[in-house]
Design a protein around this ligand. Structure first.
Ligand code: CP3
Length: 355
């Protein structure tokens, strides 16, 4: 087994001592990088990029070659599961994801079955193994999945949505049918993440991107419960090391105690939450990941550094902070600003540890 040369990301997730605060970015491989746009153009479209393990590996490593990132994240998408279930995912340029066959009725949902990642998504398993091999111990590799609720919203609406009219109607009018869908998705996510872990993912993140759109009661019943179930079903240790689970609920800042009680190792915060207040709420139960507003990356170098410093101060001293953005980096960001951000996290957290 190849030794990890930089494990501060895994150590911080387990709230162990680190030399400097580790940092990575959601969507770190993506359209803000010209080299990504080039490979994507060669691949033809986004799904062709995801389904080709060598190309997926290439774009996963691109941001690591430019920046001192402390983790790599598998290049893929949360919508691979609905695609494997036969919904036919495609991306219209500038419009986000669409589905040939959304699920709307009881009969649509009855037809769905739990995916077998080795049979239905072999390209993801292969991409993970390829990336681990090519990383050669540089930094840990993060695997990921969407939460059942977030996946369900895309499958039902058939596209990106702001208000989730059809999904919420199902929540309130046909809760049992919604639970049936979420059950199939939760079992699929468990199988999918465990396959990623066995193939070499050293930590996993569950993206509950649309959990924050629910009321508190509906969140607990239709999203949180299933994430708890997933965490219970995951392989806890691999290659002699714990496999930490990060749970990111966009808009979940009011429910941090509930999220911390799921059994996850770290809670991902969006930028609307004060990370110091979050820390007081969850205590030493979990590590925290986040949470700079991605829009700060449009500001001046000086302003970016100030924001990094401010978040480090808000978190305070002690273990358990993974620096990240509060959501994915957007395509309009200048690559040189990302370097300023990443370097500032290491530099300013080092002077804090020593000061
Ligand atoms: O973080 C990483 O670098 C890993 C790769 C990754 C992608 N999508 C690549 C991607 C990850 C972790 C995701 C997760 C994902 N996908 C989420 C959850 C994270 C979040 O943002 O909350 C969601 C909701 C999706 C669904 C999805 N995929 C949407 C809504 C879109 C369109 C968004 C847009 O900006 O157009 C995608 C496409 C997508 N996934 C792109 C990338 C790099 C852009 C596709 C392209 O190259 O055109």
């Amino acid at each position: 087994m190849i030794e990890l040369k930089n494990d501060r990301f895994l150590r911080a997730l387990m709230r162990e001592k680190v030399d400097v605060t580790p940092v990575w970015m959601m969507r770190q491989a993506g359209r803000y990088l010209p080299e990504y746009r080039e490979v994507r153009a060669q691949a033809g479209d986004f799904m062709s990029l995801c389904t080709n393990p060598d190309r997926a590996c290439e774009v996963t490593l691109q941001p690591l070659d430019r920046y001192n990132l402390d983790a790599a994240i598998l290049f893929s998408d949360i919508l691979t599961i609905p695609d494997a279930m036969g919904l036919g995912v495609f991306f219209e340029s500038g419009e986000g994801p669409r589905f040939h066959k959304p699920v709307r009725t009881e009969s649509d949902i009855n037809k769905l079955s739990v995916i077998d990642p080795y049979k239905d998504l072999p390209y993801v398993v292969e991409a993970v193994a390829t990336i681990r091999r090519e990383l050669n111990g540089r930094v840990p590799l993060i695997g990921f999945s969407g939460s059942p609720w977030t996946l369900a919203t895309y499958m039902i609406e058939g596209r990106a949505s702001r208000d989730f009219p059809l999904s919420k109607t199902m929540v309130y009018n046909q809760p049992e049918l919604m639970h049936q869908l979420l059950d199939v998705l939760a079992a699929s996510v468990i199988a999918y993440l465990n396959a990623q872990i066995k193939a070499g993912a050293q930590a996993v993140q569950i993206f509950d991107t649309w959990g924050g759109a629910l009321s508190y009661d509906a969140y607990r019943e239709f999203s949180l419960q299933y994430m708890k179930k997933i965490i219970r079903g995951l392989i806890q240790e691999n290659e002699g090391r714990k496999v930490p689970v990060i749970l990111f609920t966009k808009g979940g800042g009011q429910w941090l105690e509930d999220i911390a009680d799921t059994g996850c190792h770290a809670v991902g915060l969006d930028w609307t939450t004060h990370i110091g207040i979050a820390r007081k709420k969850v205590g030493d139960r979990v590590a925290l990941q986040g949470n700079m507003d991605p829009a700060i990356l449009r500001a001046t170098p000086q302003r970016i550094r100030e924001e990094v410093q401010s978040i480090l101060l808000q978190f305070g001293s002690g273990n358990g902070h993974v620096f990240n953005l509060g959501h994915g980096i957007t395509p309009d960001i200048k690559p040189e600003n990302v370097k300023i951000f990443i370097d500032a996290v290491h530099e300013l957290s080092l002077s804090r540890q020593n000061g």
